[in-house]
Design a protein around this ligand. Sequence first.
Ligand SMILES: *[C@@H]1O[C@H](CO)[C@@H](O)[C@H](O)[C@H]1NC(C)=O
Ligand SMILES: *[C@@H]1O[C@H](CO)[C@@H](O)[C@H](O)[C@H]1NC(C)=O
Ligand SMILES: *[C@@H]1O[C@H](CO)[C@@H](O)[C@H](O)[C@H]1NC(C)=O
Ligand SMILES: *[C@@H]1O[C@H](CO)[C@@H](O)[C@H](O)[C@H]1NC(C)=O
Ligand SMILES: *[C@@H]1O[C@H](CO)[C@@H](O)[C@H](O)[C@H]1NC(C)=O
Ligand SMILES: *[C@@H]1O[C@H](CO)[C@@H](O)[C@H](O)[C@H]1NC(C)=O
Ligand SMILES: *[C@@H]1O[C@H](CO)[C@@H](O)[C@H](O)[C@H]1NC(C)=O
Ligand SMILES: *[C@@H]1O[C@H](CO)[C@@H](O)[C@H](O)[C@H]1NC(C)=O
Ligand SMILES: *[C@@H]1O[C@H](CO)[C@@H](O)[C@H](O)[C@H]1NC(C)=O
Ligand SMILES: *[C@@H]1O[C@H](CO)[C@@H](O)[C@H](O)[C@H]1NC(C)=O
Ligand SMILES: *[C@@H]1O[C@H](CO)[C@@H](O)[C@H](O)[C@H]1NC(C)=O
Length: 454
Amino acid sequence: MELKLSFLLILLLLSFIFSSSLSPPPSTPHISPTKSPSPLSSPAKPLPPVTKSPSTSPSLPTPSKSPQTQSTLDPKQLTALQSLGIPTLKDPCTQPSFHNATICDSSKPFRHLVSLRLINCSNDIEISNTALKSLYTLQDLQFLNCPIPPVHLPSELIANLRTFTCIKSLKKLTGVWLGRLHNLTDLTVSNVPVNASGPLIILGNLKKLRSVTISNTNLTGHLPKKWISNITYIDLSGNKIKGRVPSSLTLLENLEYLNLSSNSLLGEIPDTFGDLLSLQNVSFASNSMSGPVPDSLSEIPGLVHLDLSSNQFNGTIPKLISKMKSLKYLNLANNNFHGVMPFNGSFIKRLTVFKVGGNDNLCYNHSTISSKLKLGIAPCDKYGLPVSPPPEKDSDDADGPSSDDSDDDTSDDSTHKAESGHGGPNKVVLGVAIGLSSIVFLIVFLVLLSRWCK
Ligand SMILES: *[C@@H]1O[C@H](CO)[C@@H](O)[C@H](O)[C@H]1NC(C)=O
Ligand SMILES: *[C@@H]1O[C@H](CO)[C@@H](O)[C@H](O)[C@H]1NC(C)=O
Ligand SMILES: *[C@@H]1O[C@H](CO)[C@@H](O)[C@H](O)[C@H]1NC(C)=O
Ligand SMILES: *[C@@H]1O[C@H](CO)[C@@H](O)[C@H](O)[C@H]1NC(C)=O
Ligand SMILES: *[C@@H]1O[C@H](CO)[C@@H](O)[C@H](O)[C@H]1NC(C)=O
Ligand SMILES: *[C@@H]1O[C@H](CO)[C@@H](O)[C@H](O)[C@H]1NC(C)=O
Ligand SMILES: *[C@@H]1O[C@H](CO)[C@@H](O)[C@H](O)[C@H]1NC(C)=O
Ligand SMILES: *[C@@H]1O[C@H](CO)[C@@H](O)[C@H](O)[C@H]1NC(C)=O
Ligand SMILES: *[C@@H]1O[C@H](CO)[C@@H](O)[C@H](O)[C@H]1NC(C)=O
Ligand SMILES: *[C@@H]1O[C@H](CO)[C@@H](O)[C@H](O)[C@H]1NC(C)=O
Ligand SMILES: *[C@@H]1O[C@H](CO)[C@@H](O)[C@H](O)[C@H]1NC(C)=O
């Protein structure tokens, strides 16, 4: 009996050693799911039944006309989608669709596309007139990163189109082409060259626009004198627009966003700029504008973001800017402002971004502002002139309120995060766990065995 038990014990010990020498490999879990998940097999649903549409329509009679797939979508539009390389194995009307590329209405017996997004399409894709004609129901058309040749949009499609987006796509557009899209409320064109006599040929024709972005398109010409009265969003940044900012712009009482940065604009900010009572974000950065900042600007109640950097604005900075309650971002860097900067430390600390560097004749009152703020400008002497040329290294990029205490806080936070996020000790923990569990397993086994032996 005793002999038998000790023999068993040795056996068990051997098997333990054997198993523990094998245990390291599992520390790198090899959970490999299906290696190349076909884009068609969405993880959530396995080819949903045709009738299960999220919108109102109850069970529809199954369209039997399309042999390839069972879809609630108009067969002509289904064919058009296939010609555009959009997978239709899964019903394109089921949400979420493949890359959110398609959205349908709920008409019967067939549904129709209202939104189509082409992303990263290959250069050799051909958008035929037949395809575009059958897509006349679209209200929203987006080309993202689709460097195909420009297409001709049929007038039925243009009549329905409300939003059009073209980013790094269609190789080249013209003002005339965009000016045909009369019914648009939202236009976004960026990083594609637009050949036009100016923004007017576009903005003057799209009378229902609420939001327009034409950025990084090398668009030339002048800003229009007449604007669409209801417009809320204007981004014409990164073009070659020249001339002055017309004062008629300040009549846009609904305008919330104005970005005219990186153009070739000249002249002054209109005196009536403060009439833009809905304005929240504005940038005239990187132009050749000059003159003073109008006092009226500080009367805009909800202004959050003001960027006048890299121009030749001059005069003193209006003191009233320090009373602007909503302001979070203020960039006045690289201009010709002079005199005593009218802000104190508590105002600066309230902002998330504050830059005034690169104004050689601007200085700060050292009895109200600590030199620790590193503003990139010199302190003032008793006459309100800079005591010395501003410190060279800071003048370029004074990163606003970097007060000492807040610096400490953030660095503490980041070290905490770094520690907790570290994956180092995990392997050791795993090894110990495996070792412990094998011991427990062994003991249980031993107890069971000894009972069995008796
Ligand atoms: C599709 O849109 C939904 C909701 O807008 C979003 O949650 C989802 O991430 C999107 N899917 C893809 C692949 O873009
Ligand atoms: C498109 O391509 C970009 C980069 O080339 C990639 O980041 C993005 O995920 C792609 N989007 C789709 C929907 O394929
Ligand atoms: C704009 O839409 C209206 C009604 O939706 C339509 O009657 C009109 O023809 C459209 N305009 C153009 C230029 O297609
Ligand atoms: C604009 O013109 C510059 C050169 O003048 C060129 O490098 C850039 O690619 C153009 N941008 C677009 C969107 O065509
Ligand atoms: C832009 O259009 C004008 C006239 O429509 C034409 O003369 C010019 O060559 C075009 N420029 C480019 C770069 O295509
Ligand atoms: C301007 O917007 C208002 C409401 O947002 C709308 O009722 C009105 O018809 C619009 N006017 C024009 C000319 O589009
Ligand atoms: C204006 O557009 C540029 C890029 O075109 C962007 O970097 C900048 O943040 C924008 N300014 C505002 C106020 O949104
Ligand atoms: C500011 O610039 C304008 C235009 O460049 C110039 O006429 C004016 O004299 C300048 N004012 C000051 C105070 O430098
Ligand atoms: C407006 O500016 C604020 C502050 O800089 C920023 O957080 C916000 O995203 C901007 N809004 C738009 C539409 O760019
Ligand atoms: C800083 O300036 C603001 C606005 O001018 C003022 O309300 C506040 O009292 C000033 N704070 C200090 C500490 O001087
Ligand atoms: C700096 O601030 C102090 C205290 O507010 C004031 O007495 C002094 O005149 C200011 N100096 C300049 C140059 O404005």
